[in-house]
Design a protein. Structure first.
Length: 274
């Protein structure tokens, strides 16, 4: 059996009782280590808590060598651990499809993810529209199609959750050109970087935008679910200057608010400008 186990968002103890039982009895335990991170927790701490070895699974292993994970899962239990919820990324659906093609049964053990924990922002979940992803820009690659989805949500009065880019074990282009296989240092997009890119995209597209502008109210969140989570509420223009510390960060573009949401936003905001 292949088990996909959600770990939650904040602490090592956020795993469910059912998930922990599966981890302790599995023949092998893998930790997906590239779509998200568990705030402030390393593999060694997980191994100590689980009382068993944990195998880090990077993008290359999961996407190119998934058979290594699935081998033996038809006769023994294999646990694949995912920060947040197991189906929080399309990669994990692909692993299920591969298991199904090999006749390997699977089970999901769900947990909190940013998709529902973003309620910590004070905004009501059913007032959110389509979620968007904001990628790191480069000198030659500056996509801004996410602007269209944010604008569509705003026209409907809905909030937009922006998931910010993560770069883990990315191959260095310069090294590849020299025939070497080296990796770039890990990078995690912060709300100020996301806001900077959004402001640039808005300036470029401003003639076609009715709702999205630099004065749109936003919520920046960091390390949601952990004991040191931070929440900042400000305009997009101003949040560009916020520093919320260590990853992971997310950004919400606020649509039309209910009076209860307005009160909650004042209560939950706890960040200070740095």
């Amino acid at each position: 059996m292949l088990y996909l186990v959600g770990l939650g968002l904040g602490e090592v103890t956020d795993v469910t009782v059912r998930g922990l039982e599966v981890i302790k009895k599995a023949s092998r335990v893998y930790l997906e280590a590239y779509t998200s991170i568990l705030a402030g927790v390393n593999v060694q701490e997980l191994e100590k808590f689980y009382e068993r070895p944990v195998i880090p699974a990077d993008r290359e292993l999961v996407e190119e060598h998934a058979d290594e994970i699935l081998n033996g899962a038809d006769t023994a239990d294999v646990a694949f651990l995912v920060v947040g919820d197991p189906l929080g990324a399309t990669t994990h659906s692909d692993l299920i499809i591969r298991a199904n093609e090999r006749g390997i049964p699977y089970r999901l053990i769900h947990n909190a993810s940013i998709m529902n924990a973003i309620g910590a922002s004070g905004l009501q979940l059913y007032n959110f529209g389509e979620t968007v992803s904001i990628p790191y820009w480069t000198d030659s690659w500056r996509p801004d199609s996410f602007i269209d989805k944010i604008e569509e949500n705003l026209l409907r009065g809905l909030h937009t959750l922006c998931l910010l880019d993560i770069k883990v074990k990315e191959l260095s282009i310069d090294a590849l050109m020299k025939g070497k296989r080296e990796y770039e240092p890990a990078r995690y997009m912060t709300v100020d970087i996301a806001a900077d890119q959004l402001l640039a995209a808005i300036e470029k597209r401003k003639d076609n935008l009715k709702c999205l502008n630099a004065d749109r109210l936003c919520v920046g969140v960091a390390r949601v679910g952990s004991t040191n989570q931070m929440i900042a509420v400000d305009t997009l223009r101003s949040i560009n200057g916020w520093s919320l510390g260590e990853p992971l960060h997310s950004l919400v573009i606020i649509g039309r608010t209910h009076p209860l949401e307005d009160k909650m936003l004042k209560i939950v905001a706890n960040a200070t400008k740095k």
